[in-house]
Design a protein around this ligand. Structure first.
Ligand code: ARG
Length: 594
């Protein structure tokens, strides 16, 4: 039940025939900021003074009188300069909660008009180990895919691997000059990673445009590596053979990370896949007058201010942009999507702006193209996070650390709980490993997803693994504690759910919790509309707080009557289920016992 949407539609009906643009004003209905303003609040009366004339309170009265309340709403209250405060009838709320409890999808009906989304995310440049820079795209992209799919959309995930770029030149150069054949025999992935790093370290560095280090293009090894790349692209048999030999190891390397993060792709069509199509793309863009020759290269011009986009270099090489153009055409032909989402670092903003502009001029104007941009992961010094030696933190090592940190903290907390006299379950080594992984990976994901993706954030183990505050650890414990109630009471949750008992909303805490439940769908819809997973974590955090005050004030197993006990058990169960589902949409696991 998407309550916000339903109320906005009611308001729109009330405004129809009264104002010129009902939808615009109906959209001004929002959840109330404070309980004393009701559950939802419409503030459209004030801006409507211009169109309707007269007094805003009077306008509010008129609108309120036209609202179809049915069994959903209490009579509206007009407040302040002309706010319309709406309160859901508690009987209606109780009914909705009961319906939610009986539904596997927790009352979230699939969208009426499903769209087809292609989500381009993670997309690392392979041949070098994945590093912390790939974390955000992978985590945010996966969460968006899960969310949109759950809402009933068709989602096609595509990992646009950088598998054809200059890094292969370094690898080829390294393989030819520094190979440790025995190491390659026993652990090829590691040896390739070592070769890449080794070659990179041999190349002199200079200060780049943004003050960071860049490889000196005039360094002889850099030049030799570039020559290897050029040979590969020109179809040199030896380099192609080696490239083909390397690729399975590159896949293995990234797959290992994806398995740990529980991330899956429908397609992994790397840049190499599009190489045969590039000449045709350039030809077509030239024919249509979109691209043109300039100083021996082929470029697309934008405004006078903006630098042109290069689609074929003077030496005949194609670019990142050319490949992306071919990719869009391929995706449109294969899957005919309504939208393509690119979950990529904000630094590529100009690339996508120009890319989308060219695509429009090319005539593909139906598909929605969106750069789902995100900020950087910062270290304690507020600069992009690095290892102590100044290199990029490898993702594998980061995930190892996450599990180790989770294990250490879990053992510590467990000891404290034992000292406090709490009951702590005996767990097998396997169960413990499951917990460490769920907590460790969950912490990393949640810390990332709970930020507005457009901002940078500071990576901090203490904060992300804290048991208090808006963290995965807190949510996972809340879930476990909640499940503990059922174990303690010897209650069969499945039997409790079907059919769910009547819901009794006696106290204000119970009512507030019920209201929070029906907002689950609102939160998911908002997160999908803005492509912002932090709207889900924000919701879960509010839910956890609401639940906490319910649990402190309303005895559950010791409720006064059997009916009340059943109803409260149902509220507990629903809290656990919403937390579990919410975390699942973020790619975060729960465990039953900790
Ligand atoms: N491989 C690129 C990089 O590491 C990201 C690719 C993003 N996707 C795209 N279609 N351009 O920077």
């Amino acid at each position: 039940m998407n309550v916000l949407n339903l109320l906005q539609r009611k308001l729109q009906d009330a405004l129809t025939g009264l104002v010129s643009d009902p939808a615009v004003y109906a959209a001004m209905l929002k959840p109330a900021q404070e309980a004393r303003f009701g559950d939802y609040q419409a503030n459209c009366a004030m801006p409507l003074k211009k169109e309707l004339g007269g007094d805003a309170r009077q306008i509010a009265q008129t609108i309120a009188a036209r609202l179809q309340l049915e069994d959903m709403l209490e009579p509206p209250a007009i407040a302040g300069p002309g706010f319309i405060n709406l309160t859901l009838r508690s009987e209606w709320l109780a009914q909705q909660v009961r319906h939610m409890a009986g539904d596997d999808r927790l009352g979230v009906a699939p969208v009426e008009k499903p769209r087809t989304f292609v989500i381009d995310f993670s997309s690392p440049n392979v041949a070098k180990p994945m590093h912390v820079g790939h974390l955000r795209s992978t985590i945010i992209g996966d969460a968006l895919a899960r969310l949109l799919r759950f809402l009933g959309h068709q989602v096609i995930t595509d990992n646009h691997l950088g598998d054809w770029g200059t890094q292969f030149g370094m690898l080829l150069y390294g393989y030819k000059h520094f190979l440790d054949a025995q190491a390659f025999q026993s652990d090829p992935v590691r040896e390739l990673a070592r070769l890449y790093v080794h070659v990179r370290n041999q190349i002199k560095k200079t200060a780049g445009a943004q003050g960071d280090e860049e490889e000196d293009p005039n360094d002889p090894i850099a030049q030799a590596a570039r020559a290897e790349t050029a040979k590969l692209h020109a179809g040199d048999a030896e380099n192609l053979r080696l490239w083909r030999a390397f690729m399975p190891y590159c896949y293995e390397e990234i797959e290992r990370i994806y398995r740990r993060l529980d991330v899956h792709f429908d397609h992994t069509l790397g840049e190499s896949f599009y190489q045969p199509m590039l000449a045709d793309v350039v030809r077509e863009l030239c024919q249509r007058g979109i691209a043109q020759e300039s100083e021996g290269a082929v470029v697309v011009f934008f405004g006078a201010e903006e630098s042109p986009a290069l689609i074929q270099k003077r030496d005949g090489a194609y670019t990142y942009t050319t490949t992306d153009l071919a990719t869009i055409r391929y995706r449109l032909q294969q899957w005919n999507p309504d939208a393509i989402l690119y979950v990529v670092d904000f630094r590529q903003g100009l690339h996508f702006k120009q890319l989308f502009d060219i695509v429009r001029r090319w005539g593909y104007d139906k598909v929605e193209l969106k750069h789902v941009s995100f900020g950087s992961v910062l270290g304690a010094d507020r600069k992009p996070i690095k290892t102590r030696e100044g290199g990029a933190i490898e993702l594998g090592a980061l995930l190892d650390e996450a599990v180790a940190q989770a294990a250490r903290r879990y053992q510590q907390t467990r000891q404290e709980r034992i000292e406090r006299g709490e009951e702590v379950p005996e767990l097998t080594a396997e169960e413990l490993e499951q917990i460490y992984q769920a907590v460790g990976y969950g912490a990393v994901k949640y810390a990332d997803l709970s930020q507005n993706r457009e901002s940078d954030y500071v990576f901090n183990w203490d904060k992300m693994l804290s048991m208090e505050g808006n963290t995965a650890t807190y949510m996972q414990y809340a879930y476990v504690r909640n499940r503990g109630i059922f174990r303690k009471g010897g209650i069969d949750v499945l039997a409790l759910r079907q059919p769910p008992p009547p819901v009794i909303l006696q106290t204000s805490e119970e009512r507030t919790l019920a209201l929070q439940f029906v907002r689950f769908h609102d939160a998911l819809a908002a997160a999908a509309a803005e492509l912002k997973p932090n709207l889900i974590t924000g919701y879960l955090w509010d839910l956890a707080k609401t639940y906490s005050s319910f649990f402190q004030n309303c005895p559950v197993l010791k409720a006064e009557t059997v009916e009340l006990r059943q109803s409260r058990l149902l509220l507990c169960d629903l809290t656990a289920r919403v937390i579990q589902r919410g975390l699942d949409l973020l790619g975060i696991r729960t465990v039953e016992r900790m």
